[in-house]
Unconditional design. Structure first.
Length: 289
């Protein structure tokens, strides 16, 4: 969702994404959990992307079926990592069917990754992938057609094949996937009016300077002439990143308020905001996390 620099208090408040997770990862654990998916998950979380990965996120004691379905519905992007044994899991096939349902009904954005299989293997259930599917087909006759349709539909989406990108180098492949997801999330989450020339690049530059997750303290100053978009930029970065902190606040008119009420009042406002966990203000604000 996007909003202009003249947005009101309520518009900014509603601009944060309603999705609980940015990305839902669907994969066959025995094939990729400790290898490709582990590296992809690490790269995503290092960029502050909220990821649902069953062994990392699934609450103990809950019904696996319902928890997975709810996580899919609460995600903005679904990344499906197809491997040779993906179709040998009824859970994976159930996830896939629900993902494709949410794609049609909720506009869930789907990214298929063909890790060690061909898209045609998935579409036509051939070779090793087909053998794995046949095992589940005989056990779940009533669901087989739903799963088969989901496999045909997802393989028709323009996906990613490891062997065809970056000469098969996983690290470079993962970087390209993460960059694509970041671009997609920026379009979904940004409070920046993308018609403003150069704002997207400035947003990415400021995010890079903050280097969130590397430890330590960061302080970044934004300098420029009045009306150049400093407040819009700072506010959009805050709205994008604040959800990743347990405590955060955004303060407006710092110079004026300090001269009127002193630093003690400013400190009280900060502490009050942090204890409330989150504060939304109008677009004439400066943020910190």
């Amino acid at each position: 969702m996007a909003c202009s620099s003249s947005s009101s208090h309520s518009a900014l408040a509603s601009s944060s994404r309603s999705c609980k997770y940015d990305v839902f990862l669907s994969f066959r654990g025995e094939d990729t959990r400790k290898t490709f998916v582990d590296h992809l998950y690490s790269a995503l979380t290092q960029h502050l992307i909220r990821v649902y990965k069953d062994d990392e996120t699934l609450p103990r004691g809950e019904s696996i079926n319902q928890s997975l379905f709810e996580a899919i519905e609460e995600s903005g992007i679904a990344v499906i990592v197809f491997s040779k044994n993906y179709a040998d899991s009824s859970w994976c096939l159930e996830e896939l069917a629900h993902i494709m349902k949410c794609k049609d009904e909720r506009e869930l954005f789907v990214i298929p990754i063909f890790y060690d299989v061909e898209p045609t293997d998935v579409r036509n259930q051939k070779r090793k992938f087909g053998e794995a599917f046949s095992k589940q087909e005989t056990k779940n006759v009533t669901k087989a057609e739903i799963w088969r349709k989901a496999l045909v539909d997802v393989s028709s989406i323009s996906g990613w094949e490891l062997k065809n990108i970056a000469n098969g180098h996983e690290s470079q492949f993962i970087k390209k996937v993460v960059d694509t997801i970041l671009d997609r999330l920026f379009a979904l989450n940004s409070c920046v009016d993308e018609s403003l020339v150069g704002m997207r690049t400035r947003f990415q530059d400021l995010k890079s300077l903050l280097d969130i997750g590397s430890g330590g303290v960061r302080m970044v100053g934004i300098w420029g002439v009045g009306g150049g978009g400093k407040t819009t930029l700072a506010t959009s970065v805050y709205m994008k990143m604040s959800q990743h902190f347990q405590g955060h606040c955004i303060l407006e008119n710092v110079r004026e308020d300090t001269s009127k009420h002193g630093l003690k009042k400013l400190q009280e406002n900060i502490l009050s905001s942090l204890f409330k966990k989150k504060v939304y203000v109008d677009s004439k604000s400066v943020g910190s996390s």
